[in-house]
Design a protein around this ligand. Structure first.
Ligand SMILES: [Zn+2]
Length: 222
């Protein structure tokens, strides 16, 4: 497998370093004041962070974006075109979108994306997979080399594999922050069908061979 490195803080917030030929892709940017921990992990990995790819615009996924962008001149900053608006603190909805309110912490960032992506785009070895629901522009990333699914907040694994469309007594925060539960559930179902080799979520540990646990979560969410 690719040596995807999980960086975890306070036991429940993750970001990941994904090695590429030219350096590292950082997937998500954690909480504010996490920059040093991320940079130290990159240093240990012995490669520079070349790009930051964000699954969505919530504060616990973009928190250290500004400090990291300042520490990494020239770093690429990548987010879906839709959630780029959350980076601007724009919580407005588009015509045709479910009328649910955008929830969760949307603190925005000073840093502007250098690139926006849509479903099917590639970021190095990562395939962008539109998985709206938790936020309108939520994306997951599938590493095409080893089929690691970096699923953002489409699923969490704290207290077991769960979608963020359903109540999770062990970790209620992610579900409370979900924009539109039916949309999230449809995305979660689509992600399960990818039959990923491992699930690397925004919250919780990495789960190997996660299909059965993802299906069980979907069955519970009905
Ligand atoms: Zn979130």
């Amino acid at each position: 497998m690719t040596d995807t490195i999980r960086i975890s803080r306070f036991g429940f917030v993750n970001c990941y370093l994904v090695p590429e030929d030219d350096g590292l892709t950082l997937v998500d940017a954690m909480l504010p004041r996490s920059g040093k921990a991320v940079l130290a992990a990159a240093e240990r990995a012995g490669a520079p962070i070349k790009r930051i790819a964000l699954t969505h615009g919530h504060g616990d996924h973009i928190g250290a974006l500004d400090e990291l962008a300042a520490a990494l001149p020239g770093v690429e900053v990548i987010i879906s075109a839709r959630d780029a608006r959350l980076l601007d603190r724009d919580k407005s909805l588009d015509p045709g979108e479910p009328s649910s309110k955008v929830r969760g912490g949307v603190p925005g960032a000073k840093t502007k994306p250098t690139r926006t992506v849509v479903d099917g785009d590639r970021i190095g070895s990562l395939q962008v997979i539109a998985s709206p629901g938790h936020t309108p522009g939520h994306v997951a990333f599938l590493d095409v080399r080893d089929r690691t699914l970096l699923c953002g907040d489409a699923y969490t694994t704290l207290g077991g594999v769960s979608t963020t469309a359903q109540r999770n007594v062990r970790f209620p925060l992610a579900t409370m922050a979900t924009w539109d539960r039916p949309t999230e559930l449809a995305s979660a179902r689509m992600l399960a069908e990818l039959d990923a080799a491992r699930l690397a979520p925004g919250h919780g540990r990495i789960v190997e061979s996660p299909r059965a646990a993802m299906e069980a979560a979907l069955a519970r969410a009905k």
